[in-house]
Design a protein around this ligand. Structure first.
Ligand SMILES: [Zn+2]
Length: 115
């Protein structure tokens, strides 16, 4: 959000300059300041749109990386193996489960049985 802060600060600086006595009789400077103020409005709009886009991209990245379920475990596209869903949901760590038999897996970290 620092970009919005900078823009807000720029606007208040511009206001201080615009309110300056020396400018009162200088139409050329007043024109320039008006143009600058219009540009700042454009930047404000562009910045808030960018921030919104960024937020929605981040949201979709998170939902895309949500792991798939297989045999009660999480599987990941970029990593082989079956991982404990409890550990991943609670801590974000990928803990590979250990196979006990054909129907049962156990997490070595939280000790859950996954079948
Ligand atoms: Zn676990």
């Amino acid at each position: 959000m620092t970009i919005i802060k900078s823009i807000t600060h720029s606007k208040s600086l511009l206001q201080q300059i615009s309110g300056h006595q020396k400018l009162a009789n200088d139409p050329e400077l007043t024109d320039l300041l008006n143009s600058l103020s219009v540009e700042l409005e454009t930047i404000t709009l562009a910045a808030s749109q960018l921030l919104e886009e960024q937020a929605s991209i981040q949201g979709s990245v998170i939902s895309n990386t949500k792991p798939k379920m297989k045999s009660g475990c999480y599987i990941f596209a970029d990593q082989k193996g079956f991982f404990c869903p409890h550990c991943y949901d609670n801590t974000g760590h990928k803990i590979p489960t250990k196979r006990m038999n054909s129907k049962l897996r156990v997490c070595p970290s939280c000790r859950s049985s996954i079948s």
